[in-house]
Write a protein of this length. Sequence first.
Length: 645
Amino acid sequence: MKKMKSLLLMLFFTPVIGFCQERSDPQSIAAMEREAHRAQFNNFIDGTGASDNFDVKYYRLEWQIDPAVRYINGKVTMYYKMTTASSSITMDLMSVLHADSVKQHGVMLTTSQPSNTLVINFPGSVNAGILDSVTIWYKGIPANTGFGSFIQDQHAGTPVAWSLSEAYGARDWWPCKNGLTDKADSIDVFITHPSLYSAASNGILQSETPVPGNMTLTHWKHRYPIASYLVCMAVTNYARFTQTVQLGSTTLPMVTYCYPESLATFQADTHNVLESMLLYNNTFGEYPFIKEKYGHVQFGWGGGMEHQTSTFVINTTEPLMAHELGHQWFGDKITCASWEEIWLNEGFATFCALYYMETKYPALTPGNRQAILANITSQPGGSVKVDDTTNLSRIFDQRLSYNKGSRVLQMLRFILGDDIFFRALRRYQQDPALVYGIAHTTDLERNLEEESGKDLRYFFDQWYAGQGYPAYKVSWRPVGSGSVNIQLDQTTSHTSVPFFHLSVPLKFKNATQEKTVVVDNSFNGQNFIRTLGFVPDTVLVDPESWLITKNNSTQKLPAVNNGSGVVEIYPNPLTDPFTVYLHDFNTSAADMVIYDKIGRKVYSRNIALTAGAELVQVPVSTWAHGLYVIRVIAAGKTTVMQLIR
């Protein structure tokens, strides 16, 4: 059974060639989600027309939905606070939906619906700081923009309706403030539907009440801040079951709504998402919606959608479930402040799925990383930063927003080390300025810098805003009995970044030994000397595929000796230990003596030279601070140098 599972996972992690609904490995999730409704992209309409003179506090959402009919009859009550004095507010609502009436305190307000918006006029100017509400009655056949924001379909011959509002589709089926920067503090969802069916939404199920006409009124309550695109509904003849996972002292319910024909599969596979829940809870911080639930709702779209507390998935493929769960931290709790920065959602979720898979199936890690790297470097350009937010294909670009975004995080993990990197992500999740709100890339950078003490501006300039990747040429030669002299040259695939400052892992090896050294490459043609403890015959560039690179090459150079006899000391002033580099001597041995400032011998050694060279590490932890003198005698030449400790 384990062999079969491993085989299936290997098949999942092959490079993406085309779209198939059954594929949902981390590098193909974006392709599934994009390709499932590629025909819809031509209908994509950008952005939000809502005014910024009010702040949404709460939505009470009441919908009448029959999954057999593409139609919605709705009533939305919005509580809001005015942020500037004004006599009107503007909400987002597609013009194909007709707002029958809008009332405030039982009084009818005048409205208009220009350009996919709903303008609500007050009797007079309302001062900033005033908290009030309006109720909107509306109805119609929802538009189909983006990924298909309101879908009426069938499964196994049974009608089903569901929503998928990312990126700008919430206004296709309900009046709202459609942008990312104004989350409602909470919502209540009431769905009236034929009693044959069940209705799923965000938060906790409160009640299912029979109403006249063989209908049921289903009430869901969600008490966390939520962006409009994460509000959801789905109605069909769902089978339901609940499992639990223990997160500290909390027993969290995992509630699944799936098609009856998929019940056995969901029951058999849901334990995998509970495993990833435990991993993420321990790694990134407490599950963000711990007072409510996590849930799966099956729908017919080719991928998944991370609706808050209520993820919609087409199937139970393990990487897909891990990806969508990761969004609860990265995308739902903390949401990208603009679609330009969608990598803060999708790059993170892809990273989460890969982290889960490498934790559970470490043998698959090399293949997974190489497949993603091949996808990223399949073109010479392209930035993680979205350069056209009117283009849904560009926002949800698999190569850039998902894969390159995830690899940028992986490189940061490598540069900072696991301990600091994951502490920084927990810091980001707990940042009071971001919690249950929105974030810019600079907010992530700030948290990484505060936790690590490193300046990472150069990194984000190169890898977030910049395009392309480096190709390294590693020229190296043996030094003495167990060291190497390394020169790193790079070319870049795109002119936007003339040089990538990057820490580069190099694995040196021979038939019996190997060692990886990391060099911080800050300029082209940079030289490094590193001690290995053995003589290598081969070097591999980034053997574990941490970095975004391509077309790397290596060249072993012959040892050289010009007979000049050179002694190099570094660093000076000394750290413990410091290095003495002897090279280009026409002899097989050298004598080295170090004296303190009053002439006492503190260190001496006879050094065997290999091809006239050797690298010596000298410990100084017990030495007093002050001046020292080093004397090296070799091939009849004496070299004297001053040292500072």
